[in-house]
Ligand binder design. Structure first.
Ligand code: SAM
Length: 300
């Protein structure tokens, strides 16, 4: 069932300090997507990317993915993404950049030039939500937009997007922790933006990735962008498991003291299950550092 926004709840939740169902969206990405989207495999039929500012799905289409699904914890990410795909249909590149600048700073979407046309191409419930949020700066996250920002699509890229993006992207509103429960089938490419930057231990990051492994096709990839210099790059993936087991053993005493032996067993089984899967399907569970992305490849 589609998510129905609750305006009263939303008005009290537009906070920049925590990602949540109503946290403000980024208007342009702060990642180098030209670089990380080069990792979209050839003949990519199906991709899953973070909706974020809407730039992830657009760049993913630009780099050849035929069908792109998106997910995000925030409804505002869907709003900015749908504005962008609608803009492609009705404005040129210069007007598009102006639109993004205006949205980044706006208090009320209805006051933004050209939104009148765009609003007609956005689901009614979504447009009503945006209007009701006047005063809440739902698009206020991330960098201020300048014309020369290298993260913006240039005129040529914009024109190509206008040709290849057919309509709105499918959106799954979910915390990444529950994402796998919403997925069916497998993907050639999964891009997690830099969500894992906010998982501070290796085990937290791995527990986030484990449930997604079964949704990666052979030859497919999971890309985790890394903006804060996580120390993934210092280890080979097989060492991640050793580290996890070590962490778990350290945990064991405190879990036992707290009478949580059951939890210890569950954690142990989960690690064993993921390791078994990596040993068989991800035999060469591949680790590549290219710039600041971390890639897991399913080789068989
Ligand atoms: C981590 S933020 C960072 C901004 C990003 N580097 C960009 O350039 O757009 C990217 C997106 O991840 C979403 N996000 C953050 N935590 C999440 C979570 N636990 N589950 C799902 N999405 C999440 C945010 O709502 C945001 O739209």
């Amino acid at each position: 069932m589609d998510f129905v926004p609750d305006i009263e709840v939303a008005k009290n939740c537009v906070r920049l300090d925590k990602f949540s169902p109503y946290s403000p969206a980024y208007v342009i990405t702060n990642e180098d997507l030209r670089q990380s989207m080069r990792l979209v495999p050839e003949n990519c039929n199906r991709a899953l990317v973070t909706a974020a500012s809407g730039d992830h799905p657009l760049w993913c289409s630009l780099y050849g993915a035929k069908h792109v699904d998106t997910f995000d914890i925030s409804y505002n990410a869907k709003c900015i993404m749908d504005i962008k795909t609608a803009a492609l249909k009705c404005m040129g590149h210069i007007a598009y950049i102006d639109l993004l600048k205006n949205l980044r700073l706006c208090q009320n979407v209805q006051h933004v030039p050209d939104m009148e046309y765009i609003s007609k191409m956005i689901p009614k419930i979504e447009w009503e939500y945006m209007c009701s949020m006047a005063g809440s700066q739902i698009f206020s996250n991330g960098i201020i937009i300048k014309d020369d920002n290298s993260h913006l699509v240039d005129d040529r890229e914009y024109k190509k997007l206008q040709k290849i993006v057919k309509g709105r992207y499918n959106f799954i509103m979910s915390d990444i922790a529950n994402l796998s429960g919403h997925l069916t089938g497998t993907y050639d490419f999964i891009h997690l933006s830099n969500i894992l930057d906010y998982r501070h231990t290796i085990s937290d990051r791995l527990y986030t990735i484990f449930p997604l492994l079964k949704h990666v096709k052979v030859g497919g990839r999971i890309v985790c962008y890394n903006l804060v210099g996580m120390n993934w790059e210092e280890m080979h993936p097989t060492e991640y498991f050793e580290e996890l087991v070590e962490e778990l053993n350290e945990d064991a005493q405190s879990l036992k003291k707290a009478g949580l032996n059951g939890l210890f067993e569950i954690k142990k089984q989960n690690i064993a299950k993921a390791k078994k899967m990596c040993d068989s399907d991800f035999k060469n569970f591949n680790y590549t550092k290219s710039g600041c992305t971390v890639v897991f490849e399913r080789l068989r």
